[in-house]
Design a protein around this ligand. Structure first.
Ligand SMILES: Cc1cc2nc3c(=O)[nH]c(=O)nc-3n(C[C@H](O)[C@H](O)[C@H](O)COP(=O)(O)O)c2cc1C
Length: 221
């Protein structure tokens, strides 16, 4: 069997991408601020029925420069700060403590749209992290209270036990806050909007921070 005869190869080669129909994007009508364009595109994604349009890939690097990526939920966007929350003891938390730079990537398949964000990572103060934590459901708070995200799980029974204990602690004290829960923000210095095209004539617009404002550049597809 040659490499191209393998079932997975045939499956992959047979899958369509950017099949469309896809919307048009005219960069000349784009707002001056990438936050505004993101909000427009997010609303389009919601209207188009994209499931979890606020899910994004967060990319970080370890001390050797090796990248790792995972999906998170965008919690807020304001004044160029893209916020998400997680435990500081997790792999991403450790990597961000060591190298406070990150990239975020959104992809909305039915619209053929991608948004890419890069920037320095800032950590919110304890009060704002606590507010984010207390806004989560009781089960999500219990899971975060364990503070062991990304550790090796040796015994699922121990997890279930600790989870039940955490749920009980929260039931007794609803104001309890997980000490490691952290609200992070990417202070964007670059945001790119990518509109896919079935014929591969994709339209790309990059915003680059220049002091208090943004410059925009169209990019080759
Ligand atoms: C749709 C979706 C949303 C997620 N949202 C979060 C989130 O907001 N915060 C979080 O810590 N993990 C979230 N996760 C789990 C992460 O992808 C990841 O598994 C976890 O944070 C551990 O990552 P790490 O080991 O790189 O630190 C989400 C996963 C998915 C698929």
């Amino acid at each position: 069997m040659t490499a191209t005869d393998r079932p997975i190869t045939r499956l992959l080669r047979g899958l369509p991408s950017l099949a469309g129909p896809l919307p048009a994007f005219d960069p000349d009508t784009a707002p001056d601020d990438p936050d505004a364009l993101f909000e427009d595109w997010l609303r389009d994604a919601v209207d188009a029925g994209v499931i979890e349009p606020h899910a994004m890939t967060l990319s970080t690097v370890d001390p050797a420069g090796r990248p790792s990526a995972r999906v998170l939920i965008l919690k807020n966007l304001s004044g160029g700060l893209w916020q998400f929350a997680s435990g500081s003891a997790s792999r991403k938390g450790k990597e961000l403590a060591d190298t406070p730079w990150a990239a975020l990537t959104f992809y909305w398949p039915v619209l053929g749209r991608q948004v890419r964000v890069r920037g320095a990572v800032v950590v919110a103060n304890a009060e704002n992290s606590a507010r984010d934590y207390l806004g989560r459901s009781p089960s999500a708070r219990a899971a975060a209270l364990l503070g062991r995200q990304s550790e090796v799980l040796h015994d699922p029974r121990e997890r279930d036990l600790r989870l039940a204990e955490a749920a009980e602690l929260i039931r007794r004290d609803p104001a309890l806050v997980a000490p490691e829960w952290t609200l992070y923000g990417v202070r964007a210095d670059e945001v790119e909007f990518w509109q896919g095209d079935h014929h591969r004539n994709h339209v790309r617009l990059r915003y680059t921070a220049t002091g208090e404002s943004w410059t925009t550049d169209p990019l080759w597809p």
